[in-house]
Design a protein around this ligand. Structure first.
Ligand SMILES: Cc1cc2nc3c(=O)[nH]c(=O)nc-3n(C[C@H](O)[C@H](O)[C@H](O)COP(=O)(O)OP(=O)(O)OC[C@H]3O[C@@H](n4cnc5c(N)ncnc54)[C@H](O)[C@@H]3O)c2cc1C
Length: 391
């Protein structure tokens, strides 16, 4: 891999992580991706390989066994995974996003022990923000803490939790006691096996089918003081300042991985598929060449916009939110457009599932409705550029 020419502008230290992720993606994730999608089962093999490769702590500090890498490396790693199994990539994005909250927490007890178990691949975590009542408005939980001097209890209907049946813990959100606005939330950690945690049946989604995104009900779950991840009422700041950039960079890279795979499969198909009665190949048709070129153009434009957002996060963090949101909108639109063009360019081979194109199309559609949805992302971009408050 050429570090200089990568659109995420990796340096020589970052390239080996991406090469190792590519090795896992091509030798493990790729082998099980069709089965994971067909059965809607958790991609255990990929996640185990990522754990063994010490990817679960990619962004965590080296002092706790992490790799101390930046969002730039994370983006390139996720892109490699998504080229072969988008469900694995999505689970990984949710894990890393949640782990970032734990790493930044000033309130959680025994933090270093927890981070060490994440970095050594023994603790999988995830985000449990969306609620049935406020739907995709993840920043506005309906649930509320009930607090006494020594402990808190919470009941909540979390509507989608990636890795619900497999994560060891959920990074969750509820309003602080007596909150006057849904933005006055608190983040806290819930162990999956805590009394009062009920996971609704298996996930049977249209796309990202291996994601295990079941609803989870918290029924009078006791939350100790040491499980608070933010001070009471400061959850929205962590959601927007820590989770949002990590989640957006990760999902954008996932979308690009899906698009890159669609391009690779389309290319092979157009080069090798022949009209035997004329001796022409599909690549000899100008319409298909134009569609293929559009797939490449959309994808490379969007990858470069993500590279720009990564630069902004590192160099001008105070104003990085706008390019980050632009990268999210661009990447999800790109994945949808490119997989649809791929479906058109490869015709019946894609439609009959001889190519993974329709899986890519369904996976791209799932990324589109994850919050902030594309409608919300566009609205945020418009508000930011028209000097309006985001909320
Ligand atoms: C595969 C998958 C995995 C997920 N995993 C997780 C997870 O791990 N943790 C988690 O917390 N959540 C998760 N989610 C939930 C996700 O983030 C969204 O909350 C959920 O998909 C929203 O669906 P909804 O039907 O509730 O959306 P609704 O809020 O009902 O939206 C319906 C439509 O209205 C539009 N809309 C809503 N609000 C606005 C607005 N303000 N302006 C303009 N248009 C608007 C939306 O764009 C959408 O098109 C996951 C979702 C998917 C698909």
């Amino acid at each position: 891999m050429n570090a200089i020419l990568h659109p995420y502008r990796l340096n020589a230290d970052q390239v080996p992580f991406v090469a190792a992720a590519s090795q896992i993606a091509t030798t493990v994730s790729a082998e099980y991706a069709t089965e994971v999608d067909k059965l809607g089962r958790f991609p255990t093999e990929s996640l185990t390989a990522l754990a063994k490769g010490r990817f679960w702590g990619l962004l965590l500090p080296q002092t706790v066994g992490g790799s101390g890498q930046s969002l730039r490396t994370f983006a390139a790693v996720v892109e490699e995974l998504a080229q072969h199994c988008a469900s694995s990539a999505m689970i990984y994005v949710m894990h890393v996003s949640a782990a970032q909250v734990l790493a930044a927490s000033e309130t959680i007890a025994a933090k270093d022990d927890l981070l060490r178990s994440i970095a050594s691949g023994q603790h999988l975590t995830t985000l449990a923000f969306s609620e049935a009542g406020s739907r995709s408005h993840f920043w506005a939980p309906m649930s509320e803490f009930r607090s006494t001097a020594s402990e808190h209890t919470v009941s909540a209907h979390k509507s989608w939790v990636t890795s619900a049946n497999h994560a060891d813990s959920y990074v969750s959100s509820s309003r602080k006691p007596g909150a006057s606005s849904p933005m006055e939330s608190t983040l806290y950690l819930v162990e999956r096996t805590s009394p009062g945690v009920h996971i609704a049946g298996p996930f049977d989604g249209l796309g990202l089918r291996g994601n295990d995104s079941s609803p989870v009900k918290l029924d009078n779950v006791v939350i100790a003081d040491g499980a608070l991840l933010t001070r009471q009422g400061e959850g929205a700041g962590a959601m927007l300042g820590i989770v949002l950039p990590t989640f957006v960079i990760g999902t954008a890279a996932m979308a690009h991985g899906i698009a890159l795979s669609a391009i690779a499969h389309t290319r092979t198909h157009l080069i090798h598929t022949e009209f035997q009665h004329t001796g022409e190949r599909l690549r000899d048709l100008p319409t298909l060449r134009a569609r293929f070129a559009d797939m490449v153009l959309h994808t490379e434009r969007s990858r470069n916009l993500l590279g720009f957002a990564l630069d902004a996060i590192e160099k001008t963090p105070d104003t990085a939110m706008l390019p980050v949101l632009q990268a999210r909108a661009s990447s999800q639109d790109t994945a949808l457009a490119v997989t649809d063009l791929g479906m058109q360019a490869t015709g019946g081979a894609a439609f009959s599932k001889h190519l993974p194109m329709e899986r890519h199309l369904r996976d791209a559609r799932a990324g589109w409705i994850m919050a902030p949805t594309m409608d919300q992302t566009r609205d945020f971009i418009g508000k930011a550029m028209l000097d309006l408050p985001l909320f």
